[in-house]
Design a protein around this ligand. Structure first.
Ligand code: PLP
Length: 387
């Protein structure tokens, strides 16, 4: 609570949201492993102190820290990133409404938009983000929300957020951005005029691959709408997971910067390798959104993807030969993970759509951890030499 917006992100990651006065003089926020608290009525339903209502001391502390670091009035933590995304969209939309969404999104989000929202009478159209001139013709009278990722999974496209905000404002739409890949270290979408910033806190915010969690950050009135629905649908985060997320957040800036250095070193090495056909990392001058990344982001983060000339078969051989990266889906942890999105994160997206979006079967995604970049590059070079 000894927090001030004038202080730097690194300082706020440590001090924002901490109880004041410290509970029994604690230095680290204790886990309040109690489902309910003494309460005799008097407030409204959503204020009853109960884990499902997202208002225990652990929720309050981590939510305050998240709001402070992303520059929002309020924040809400959820049981997963998908709980943050689905609850936000269902809270903002009703039957008859229409959503405009970026085409290339995390596979689970794309599938939720395409196959779940229509069951509630909500229709969705996908936008070509590189053609803002065409967005106006996709908008309808009933469009309420525009949904994008600030950096896309797995192609690392950098979205023109200023254009999205201008488009949303001109039409009175609520802009919702999944800021998981960029993280508040590299981008704070609310400061650019976005209405709600969402995260899979499973990834960089927690950073240690040991919980699944989500976050919704923005204006108090929007976050309250989402909380009220979450209170009823029940996708709340357990206090122990809140405490792990709280701990992980303290090192966010250190981790994300180290991961960014590692990713840039690996992207450069891959770019020069004859077995590699294409590297997707906006920190490389060859990336189509390099200039936008430089203007919008403070760093390009720890995720990259690439294609080998030998396609999916060569990718599988590479995954077998690498020693350091763990072959596993997900991203954002301190250990390097490697996966083929076509068979993991985007397996639920139909193959034709995947191909149209540029997610080939051979695409390899690397979530760079905090290992020494030279060790990681050497491991890739040794494995590539054996292909
Ligand atoms: N958003 C992005 C960009 C993701 O990469 C993911 C998961 O990989 C999600 C949302 C979903 O998060 P979770 O797995 O925490 O539900």
């Amino acid at each position: 609570m000894t927090d001030s917006p004038a202080r730097a992100l690194e300082t706020r990651l440590i001090h924002a949201g901490e109880p004041s006065p410290r509970i029994a003089g604690e230095v680290v926020m204790p886990v309040f492993q109690t489902a309910m608290y003494e309460y005799r009525g008097g407030g409204e339903y959503h204020d009853i102190p109960y884990i499902r209502l997202n208002n225990t001391p652990n929720h309050k502390a981590v939510q305050e820290k998240l709001a402070a670091i992303e520059g929002g009035e309020a924040a809400l933590v959820t049981a997963s990133g998908m709980a943050a995304i689905s609850t936000t969209l269902l809270a903002l939309l009703r039957a008859g409404d229409h959503v405009l969404a970026q085409g290339c999104l995390y596979g689970g989000t794309r599938t939720f938009l395409e196959s779940q929202l229509p069951r509630f009478g909500i229709s969705v159209d996908f936008l070509d983000m590189d053609d803002p001139g065409a967005w106006a013709s996709a908008a309808r009278e009933t469009t309420r929300v525009v949904y994008v990722e600030s950096m896309t999974n797995p192609l690392l496209e950098v979205t023109d957020l200023d254009a999205v905000v201008a488009f949303a404002r001109a039409r009175g739409l609520i802009s919702v951005v999944d800021n998981t890949l960029a993280t508040p270290v590299n981008l704070r979408p609310l400061a650019r005029g976005v209405d709600l910033s969402l995260h899979s806190a499973t990834k960089y915010l927690n950073g240690h691959s040991d919980i699944v969690a989500g976050a919704v950050i923005g204006a108090r009135r929007h976050v309250a709408r989402v909380k009220h629905l979450l209170d009823h649908t029940g996708g709340s985060l357990d206090p122990h997971a809140c405490a792990l997320l709280h701990r992980g957040l303290k090192t966010l800036a250190l981790r994300v910067r180290a991961q960014g250095e590692g990713a840039l070193a690996l992207a450069r090495a891959l770019q020069e390798h004859p077995a590699v056909a294409r590297v997707h990392y906006p920190g490389l001058p060859q990336h189509p959104h390099h200039a936008r990344a430089r203007a919008l982001l403070e760093g390009c983060g720890g995720l990259l993807s690439f294609e080998l000339r030998g396609g999916a078969a060569a990718a599988e051989r590479l995954l077998e030969r690498l020693e350091l990266p763990i072959v596993a889906p997900s991203l954002g942890g301190v250990e390097t993970l490697i996966t083929r999105p076509a068979v993991t994160s985007h397996a639920g997206v139909d193959p034709e759509t995947r191909a149209r979006l540029g997610i080939s079967d051979g695409l390899v995604r690397v979530s760079v951890g905090i290992e020494r970049p030279g060790d990681l590059v050497a491991d890739f070079q040794a494995a590539l030499a054996e292909l």
